[in-house]
Write a protein that binds this ligand. Sequence first.
Ligand code: PMP
Length: 360
Amino acid sequence: MIYSGKLINLNAGPAALPDQVLQQAAEAVLNFEHTGMSVLSIPHRGVHFNKILEESKALVKELCWLDDDYEVLWMHGGGRLQFAMIPMNFLGEHGTAGYIDSGNWSADAIRHASFYGNVEVLTSTKKHGYQLLPEWPEHISADLAYVHMTSNNTIYGTQWDEIPRVDAPLIVDMSSDIFSRAMNYTNCSLFYAVAQKNIGPAGATLVVVRKDMLQRIQRNLPPMLNYNEHVAEKSVLNTPPVFPIYVSLLMLRWIKSRGIAAIEEENRRKAALLYDEIDRNPLFSTSVKKEDRSMMNICFRAVDERTGEMFNDFCTETGIVNIKGHRSTGGFRASLYNAVSLEDVKYVVAAMQEFETTNK
Ligand code: PMP
């Protein structure tokens, strides 16, 4: 294989960003929009950052087809803080929240919720090692404080086709597939996503909440942990992660310029190409159920440990990096977020084919 020198980074997050976005971000670090200031040093309550905030929030609404019923927030603390804030805000001491347990991140969200109230696991595939999605529950009570689900399971490589409609308020962790395809965002009362996969760099978390949900806040909470306070202060309750939000804005512009429909089509082609190779190549396989396979995180294994080690070395030599599976599962995981191109995936497939030829 001829390795051109450009690395193909398949990390699950912090994920690869498009060259164009990196270039713009680098320029802004030196001189932000000809102001003579670095974007790292602009005041967070000043006119420049206010414009960044306003444009980024408007773009999120536009890309999710949302109207003014929704508030867009940029927050700190990653997915884990949302796992805690959701029950803190919406689960009263005597209430019950329903959780769909489809992977490690869902399970961690459940663990966090159990500190604050009753949790009902509505359905789970834990006993199947999360290699498939659970059956959607036949009945979900409208009396639940909320229902929480994870749209894409980053570690196990399964993904729900749709965001369903439920009678209780629906909260969705979209950390690893937001903006990768058309989704029914309006079925959600709240959705959130860490930036470091499809939105931008680590350090910012996007939270989108329907205004009626904000009236359901149950507890007296310190301001930093209360969604209402973040809404009232328009995401500048304290010093926000200015640079990650700025780079996220550059990504949102990039996503808009490509269009969600075109991005989705390419993501489908990328995933199909790689799954076809995994299914065909005798050196690799996946145990993820076919109908439930993720377009974003493609998990697979080599036939045996030795072949796996050799393939990992071969990837490093050919410029394919961060393809190892999560530490809890082992094997391989190719994360094909939006910034990974169809050409990149073709290169990975060609590498798998060459590895097969030389290791028969
Ligand atoms: N939810 C999902 C679906 C994730 O993939 C991750 C991280 N990979 C998280 C939550 C946790 O995010 P953080 O590390 O920012 O807490």
